[in-house]
Design a protein around this ligand. Structure first.
Ligand SMILES: C[S@@+](CC[C@H](N)C(=O)[O-])C[C@H]1O[C@@H](n2cnc3c(N)ncnc32)[C@H](O)[C@@H]1O
Length: 194
C-alpha cells in the first residue's frame, strides 16, 4: 500500500515536471485518476489476441488500468512522444511495446516493430486533441480508422465536457459517452466505433 502510494506520488511529480517543460503537448497537470483510467479500460477488444494501441500514455495511469482489466502486456503497443516519459514507461511495463515517437506516425511506427502490427482491436487515446488543429485531428482519425479492425473502437477522453463529439470523429459512430467527475479536471470519455 505504502509502496503504491509512493509510486503514484513519483508519477505525479514526473508528470508535473513534464507539464512545466511542455504544457501544450502534455495537456494536463496530473495523471488521470484511477476512475478515468478504468472508464477508458472497460472498452478492451473482446478477442484477447487483438493488439491495443495506446496514444499518449504519459506515466502509465491508463496503461495500468488496461492491464488490470485483463490486457496482456505483450499485446499493448504505446506511442509516447516525450522521451523521458517513454523511458519511464519502458521500466514500468517491460513486456509492452513502448515506442518513443509521434502518434501521427502510427502507421509507419507499427509497421517497423520487430513483429509488425498490421491492425489493432482498439485505440485508447489520451492525446490532448483540443491543443491540435481540426486538420491534425482529422488526419489522426483517418490513421486510427485505417489501423482498426472491423468494428474496432477508438476511446478518447476530453476535458470539453459539453461536447458530444470529438475532434476528427466525423467518420465514426459514437457508441458511448460518459463524464467522469472524479478527475482533475473532470473529463468526458467518448467511444467511437469504425
Ligand atoms: C493528457 S496527457 C495523458 C497521459 C496519461 N495517458 C494519463 O491519462 O494520465 C497526454 C500525453 O500525450 C502525449 N503526447 C502529446 N502529443 C503526442 C504525440 N504527438 N504523440 C504521442 N504522444 C503525445 C504527452 O506527452 C502526454 O504524455
Amino acid at each position: 500500500m505504502a509502496r503504491k502510494f509512493i509510486a503514484a506520488l513519483a508519477d505525479s511529480s514526473l508528470f508535473l515536471r513534464e507539464w512545466l517543460a511542455h504544457p501544450q503537448r502534455t495537456g494536463a497537470v496530473a495523471p488521470s485518476s484511477p476512475q478515468l483510467a478504468a472508464a477508458m479500460a472497460r472498452w478492451l477488444p473482446r478477442d484477447p489476441e487483438s493488439y491495443v494501441l495506446e496514444l499518449g500514455p504519459g506515466t502509465g495511469a491508463v496503461t495500468e488500468a488496461l492491464l488490470k482489466r485483463g490486457l496482456r502486456e505483450n499485446r499493448l503497443v504505446a506511442i509516447e512522444n516525450n522521451p523521458a516519459l517513454a523511458k519511464h514507461l519502458r521500466k514500468r511495463f517491460p513486456q509492452a511495446h513502448i515506442i518513443a515517437g509521434d502518434a501521427w506516425q502510427m502507421d509507419t511506427l507499427l509497421a517497423a516493430l520487430p513483429l509488425p502490427v498490421p491492425s489493432v482491436g482498439a485505440v485508447i487515446s489520451s492525446l490532448p486533441l483540443l491543443n491540435f488543429s481540426k486538420e491534425q485531428a482529422d488526419d489522426l482519425a483517418a490513421k486510427i480508422r485505417a489501423l482498426l479492425e472491423p468494428r474496432g473502437r477508438w476511446v478518447q477522453y476530453s476535458y470539453h465536457l459539453a461536447k458530444n463529439r470529438s475532434r476528427g470523429a466525423d467518420d465514426f459512430r459514437l457508441v458511448a459517452s460518459k463524464i467522469v467527475w472524479w478527475n482533475l479536471p473532470p473529463a468526458r470519455v467518448h467511444v467511437f466505433q469504425k
